[in-house]
Design a protein around this ligand. Sequence first.
Ligand code: MV4
Length: 453
Amino acid sequence: MGAPFTSVLIANRGEIAVRVERACLELGLRPVLIASEADRAGRATPGEGGPLAIGPSAPGRSYLNQAAILLAARVTGAEAVHPGYGFLSENADFAEAVEAAGLTFVGPPAAAIRIMGDKIAAKRAMMAAGVPCVPGPGEPLPEDAAAVRAIAEEIGYPVIVKAAGGGRGMRVVRESAEVADAIAITREEARRAFGRPELYMEKFLEHPRHVEFQVLCDNHGNAVWVGHRDCSVQRRHQKVVEEAPAPGIAPALAERIGARCAEACRQIGYRGVGTFEFLYENGEFYFIEMNTRLQVEHPVTEMTAGVDLVHEQLRAAQGAVLETARFAGEARGHAFECRINAEDPTTFVAAPGRIAAVHFPSGPGIRVDTHVSAGYRVSPYYDSLIAKLIVHAPTRADAIRRMQVALSATRIDGIATNLALHERIFADPDFVRGGVDIHHLEKRLREEPRGEA
Ligand code: MV4
């Protein structure tokens, strides 16, 4: 139920480990950092000391090794575990194991993680709480192809077949003749990827935006929504740029959706931070999934809502009562985040290597969340995110100019990065106008593969 811990093991790496470490120090909590062999060797100034060695470079033997992490907490006397994002952050068994070891998991109860990990159960919970969902039953598809075709007719083509186990392995079906093959193939993929064959079906939305709502909850039945973000600028399910608030959303509609999200949290006994993912099309929101972790793009909400989401996460885990009144009011100004990756600018393949020199911008309304400095070695073992460049300004137009200037002042030598891609995005008239859909970036990359236009 939350306990007043004084030390936190940070079960993660990279920029988010630095971000959480800083929040712990600010709250007077003792952070305990861990690092794999690659991360210990990759530091700009390696040597004695540094984070606790947790295991070999392969994630399965370090940041995903539950026994090693629990042992690290025991030997260092850490009383809580913050999972960051990725790795074990949405693993209900890990959350349970942490609590069973007498430690506090900085995150929601394992039961809430488990519900949201099952996309069908999540959808059913949201339907029950009055959160608008994509049309389609919150039920597993039957085995029988004729029965599935009947469901598809009821929804109306095009439909999409998804796996209960997770976001990948979806298939769009445009006519009844395609149904039988689509479910057979998707079921096989689901069995292989998740060990779970359950599928479900929804209306396929052709040109949605990806808009998400941030919520914040305590252990005492208090829940608030603290803003929305647009994450439509993505390539192959990897977000590239995010912004808050999502542009062009009517405040009354946002208030209605946000209130439903908060109510859903109360109904499922949620705690800490969470994200409700929606597709937004033709002025309507459709819930698709809930993420039960802190997200990479949390800074854009922090800047515009004036809230420190990691502080709030830690306070909620300690059992503090959420000061709901502090979160009233609309977003202040506008924020963008560029994910700066070490990657080949033409192939998008990760490009690890040693950073020879680096310069990040600073100044009013500029924030850089990073773990790198000159001499740092970007490892091939982990994701290629090396920094998040975040800007905040009074208006969206001001924030765009601030990001353009900040990008032009950023230097990263020695490795390939996607900085030029960000400059292209912030020079794109459709992006500058606001409200591009989830296909925008991939469409541009097909039209202008090398950015010559
Ligand atoms: C959809 C959709 C269109 N219609 N569902 C992709 C990842 C998974 N978490 C949900 N996804 C989608 N679900 C319906 N009913 C389109 C996508 C989708 C997508 C969603 C958000 C951000 C980027 C995306 C890229 C391709 C497809």
